[in-house]
Design a protein around this ligand. Structure first.
Ligand SMILES: Nc1ncnc2c1ncn2[C@@H]1O[C@H](COP(=O)(O)OP(=O)(O)OP(=O)(O)O)[C@@H](O)[C@H]1O
Length: 274
């Protein structure tokens, strides 16, 4: 389980970017982190894997206090946090298999990784992860030959190869089309449930978050303004999180325009376009 208590962060001379954030994420639970741009979502994720130093508060993963670790211990613990990124962060000229194996680097002695000699056990596991994400037949392709959805599947397999205890996922679908986005979110969900992995997903797409997260936290101005079930995300709650008018998706806006009648619709469209 991940436990975050009274976490605050301010950058040099800045206001509080995260202001007294507390929540737990249970094993197998998928937490969708939503909020307007600048709310502090990425800062929160970076504090959890300690890419940045929290100003105050504690972060505990399965009994280990991450927020107090020295840099050598922190490296060890970071192996246990699998990251999945919006832009995949693959080494494009390496093969799919090599990219997945790079997830095990924290566990393989430097000389072996330098010569790309991975133990057979790691290779067998990498094959299993590639099969799980549906990429077995692409094992030897270069990463730059893959589609966006396939690249993200490699990113997921690489995170699993780390043998993580937590997944931190930053905008996993922002570069993908709607159908592929749903497939990727479904895959992430299935894997978290199978492996009982807790996950925090920073996600802009509210309907996707509602469909695939178990629980939603809404941030605004560095504070938690909502923590609850996706079903409880009413218009009022979304307005609290995003402010007036900002949370409607373009599709919803379009729909509203069409229901207003044809004479009005052209004027409305013009208004939205400017
Ligand atoms: N390294 C930094 N130094 C100073 N201020 C920063 C730094 N990184 C982020 N900020 C500020 O912290 C605030 C929160 O940024 P953050 O990237 O966490 O928001 P976010 O919710 O992830 O936004 P988005 O959805 O646009 O990615 C913003 O005002 C941003 O300008």
């Amino acid at each position: 389980m991940l436990s975050i208590q009274h976490l605050s962060k301010s950058y040099k001379n800045s206001r509080l970017i995260l202001d007294d954030i507390s929540f737990n994420v249970q094993k197998g639970e998928i937490l969708g982190l939503i909020g307007p741009s600048g709310a502090g979502k990425s800062t929160l994720i970076r504090c959890v894997n300690r890419l940045i130093e929290p100003t105050q508060g504690s972060i505990v993963l399965n009994g280990v206090v991450l927020s107090g670790l020295s840099s050598s211990k922190l490296r060890e613990q970071r192996r246990l946090i699998g990251m999945i990124f919006q832009e995949y962060a693959l080494v494009e000229r390496l093969s799919v298999m090599e990219n997945v194996l790079s997830g095990t680097l924290g566990y393989v002695p430097f000389w072996r990784s330098f010569f790309r000699q991975f133990p057979q056990e790691k290779i067998d596991k990498a094959f299993a992860y590639l099969e799980r994400v549906g990429l077995l037949e692409h094992t030897n392709k270069r990463a730059d030959e893959l589609s966006g959805g396939q690249k993200q599947r490699v990113g997921i397999a690489r995170a699993l190869a780390q043998n993580p205890e937590l997944l931190l996922i930053d905008e996993p679908t922002a570069s993908l089309d709607p159908k592929t986005s749903r497939q990727i979110m479904r895959l992430i969900r299935e894997i978290c449930k199978e492996q009982q992995l807790p996950a925090i997903i920073n996600i802009h797409d509210v309907p996707l978050a509602q469909n695939f997260a178990d629980r939603i936290i809404g941030l605004n101005g560095g504070k938690i303004v909502f923590d609850g079930s996706p079903d409880a995300l009413s218009e009022t709650v979304l307005t609290t999180i995003y402010g007036e008018e900002e949370w409607h998706t373009p599709a919803e806006k379009e729909e509203q325009i069409h229901t207003k009648g044809s004479s009005e619709s052209i004027e409305m469209k013009l208004e939205l376009a400017v």
